[in-house]
Design a protein around this ligand. Structure first.
Ligand code: SAM
Ligand code: MD0
Ligand code: SF4
Length: 399
């Protein structure tokens, strides 16, 4: 059947069939995923969003997770063409926060109720050449907050990954942005694609949870996105994000025409259909508080880029938007959550999710040896995803 030429009732039936398969968690074909991503009619898109919300509910109930964001150094030796903080840009604020400042901010975030601290930096040579200082930040923030930690330091070598794990890092976030190597070269000029990808695999094999990310609106075709989802599945990622590219002053892509947020929203929803039990962020960094509701309505279940006001920290895609207004705070998002019929998960619920996901990754990686005596192995089997019932048993999730 040529699905591209389907019209009227036929096309409606085809979409319904795909969504029914998603609800039953039957793996979708590439052709079906492509069809979902190509939808332009409001009615069809709303159906996809509502199916995504249904799957989110099945696995996570009404609960969302909240991530505090600490961009502790905005210096960068790289020159990504899309990024405001690329080394050669003279426009952005450059700062390197002291250890004490970072700890104070982390504690503030912890008290406000976030479930994780994301420690992010530009590829700052100061830290790349003194990795002990980076490791020390992680271990101090872990000790002072006892929260799960995500690190986003860019590419680091294997020994540093080992040390970051030892210091208490649970997650490694490193986004390829695209899995089309030609496009990658244009976006992350002079950065080795294979190295970036390999270091993620190394961290995952060492037991870290991995977050992969795609930029929307930079030239990824629908087929590229389908392929990216396939690669994410093989990479055994635990969190997947997509953010719309925001053109940045002083960069080579300054005059790039920004797209609307639809392809980001469709990506979020389709990710939820393909990876129903994984974490998918709604980032406050892309369109601030006003863009949160539509991202949650598309099926996201983590709110990222929560930043304390007036501490002098920047965001990435929107370096200052909504920060000092206090909108990117746990308090600031509550009204939106209520409108979406959602609420904050407890810290224990998040910690359980993280610990059980680590267990699941290690089981699927075959690193728990005695499979026959491990009941968790029996229920996980060889599938990519656990069913919602299995997941609830395994994750002890009460939401
Ligand atoms: N320097 C590290 C690195 O590049 O991996 C850590 C920073 S990383 C978390 C910053 C991410 O923000 C990028 O990987 C990209 O996905 C996103 N980003 C950067 N500039 C952006 C822009 N102008 N619009 C949208 N997203 C952007
Ligand atoms: C965010 N600005 O959550 C942050 C950043 C890095 N791990 C995350 C892209 O939107
Ligand atoms: Fe540097 Fe990261 Fe920005 Fe690239 S995305 S210029 S590596 S801060």
């Amino acid at each position: 059947m040529k699905v591209g030429s389907l019209k009227g009732e036929d096309s409606k039936m085809y979409l319904d069939k795909i969504l029914q398969k998603s609800m039953e968690e039957i793996e979708l074909s590439d052709k079906e995923i492509k069809y979902l991503l190509e939808q332009t009619h409001e009615e069809n898109i709303n159906k996809i969003f509502s199916t995504a919300r249904g799957l989110r509910k099945k696995y996570f109930g009404k609960k969302v997770f909240l991530y505090g964001f600490i961009y502790f150094s905005t210096y960068c030796k790289n020159d990504c063409n899309f990024c405001y903080f690329r080394g050669s840009n003279t426009k952005p604020p450059r700062y390197r926060k002291s250890l004490n400042e970072i700890i104070t901010t982390a504690k503030k975030l912890q008290k406000s109720g976030v479930h994780l601290i994301d420690l992010t930096m530009g590829e700052d040579s100061y830290y790349i050449n003194n990795t002990q200082k980076l490791v020390n930040i992680v271990s101090k923030v872990k000790k002072e907050t006892e929260l799960p930690i995500m690190v986003s330091p860019g590419v680091v070598n294997d020994e540093v990954i080992d040390e970051l794990i030892y210091a208490g890092a649970d997650w490694y976030a490193l986004y390829q942005e695209t899995h089309n190597k030609v496009l990658y070269e244009k976006l992350r000029a002079n950065q080795d694609y294979d190295l970036r990808f390999r270091v993620k695999k190394y961290a995952r094999n060492k037991g870290m949870l991995i977050e992969e990310g795609l930029l929307a609106g930079v030239g990824n075709s629908v087929l590229n996105t389908v392929e990216s989802f396939d690669i994410m599945k093989k990479l055994n990622v635990s969190q997947i994000r997509t953010m719309t590219f925001i053109p940045q002053e002083g960069t080579p892509m300054e005059n790039w025409k920004q797209t609307n947020f639809l392809s980001e929203l469709l990506n979020i929803a389709v990710m939820r259909l393909i990876f129903p039990n994984l974490l998918i962020p709604a980032s406050l960094d892309v369109d601030g508080l006003k863009g949160l509701e539509e991202r949650l309505d598309a099926g996201a279940n983590v709110i990222t880029s929560i930043i304390p006001p007036n501490d002098g920290y920047a965001g990435v895609a929107n370096a200052s938007n909504d920060i000092n207004e206090g909108f990117r705070t746990v308090e600031g998002i509550q009204e939106t959550l209520a409108r979406c019929g959602l609420n904050n998960a407890t810290l224990d619920e998040y910690k359980n999710w993280v610990e059980n996901q680590k267990l699941k990754i290690s089981i699927e990686g075959g690193r728990i040896n005695d499979k026959s005596t491990d009941y968790r192995w029996k229920i996980a089997g060889n599938r990519n995803c656990l069913s919602s019932k299995e997941s609830r048993v395994l994750l002890n999730f009460t939401g």
